[in-house]
Write a protein that binds this ligand. Sequence first.
Ligand SMILES: [Zn+2]
Length: 271
Amino acid sequence: MNPTCARRSFLHTSLLAGAALAAPRHLLASTPAAKPSFPVADYHVHLSPQLSIEQAVNLGKERQVQIGILEHPGPGYKIQNDADLQQYIDGLRPYPVRIGLQPVYAGWSKNFSKTILDQLDYVLMDALTLPRPEGGWLAIWQIDTMVDDAEEFMTGYTKFIEQVLTTEPIDVFGWPTFLPVPIARQYKQLWTRHRIDHIIDLVRARKIAIEINEVAHVPDENFIVAAKHAGLKFTFGTDARNQNAAHFYYCYQMAQKCRLTEADMFVPKRK
Ligand SMILES: [Zn+2]
């Protein structure tokens, strides 16, 4: 299945499940948090047949949210080489949006020239597509992901996160601390203090920002507070390809609970 479609269908089917998994009862009962007083951006918007660039820009205006567009590079996607990437960047430049890439496969940047990559405003990458020891990839956002041994999974996952955070040219770490469905309820237990601190150290060493992901409700409040204390910066992202772009609930709630201020937010420079 085309990975983009697959992720979209996962998002649809798991929205309710995800909310129930991640949001404690008292959060579900409370009133939605207000929009923060600082300038807000959604740096995780994908264009699609349901969302043209004009529609994305209009939603941003309506909701007073800066928009950042992402596209996936690499096999199976539209952007495969320098010419594709240049066309993508040039096509979006006339619009008041930030222009980013969301690579999926480790090692992706070898297929592009540095001079063209430098024209991007930012790169956001998640660590959800793990290389399998026997070859191929394991996409842990898929709802049918199997996990036989949670600890063993965490060891391999942490290793891959380490690889992404130390070797990939990225500005934002997307979907941080997301866990596949079979172990999602063990979030608090599996993300130990030690594992959280390790990720925070890696991110801080390269000044990478942390995405607060609206659709997956990650990372949790505990992680965000620890990251804030470590001086890390954050972005908000809906990962939307439709009218949900620039529509925030979890991100605003976390901003309020973790007392995020304008100084805590990462703003990629428009090039
Ligand atoms: Zn995305």
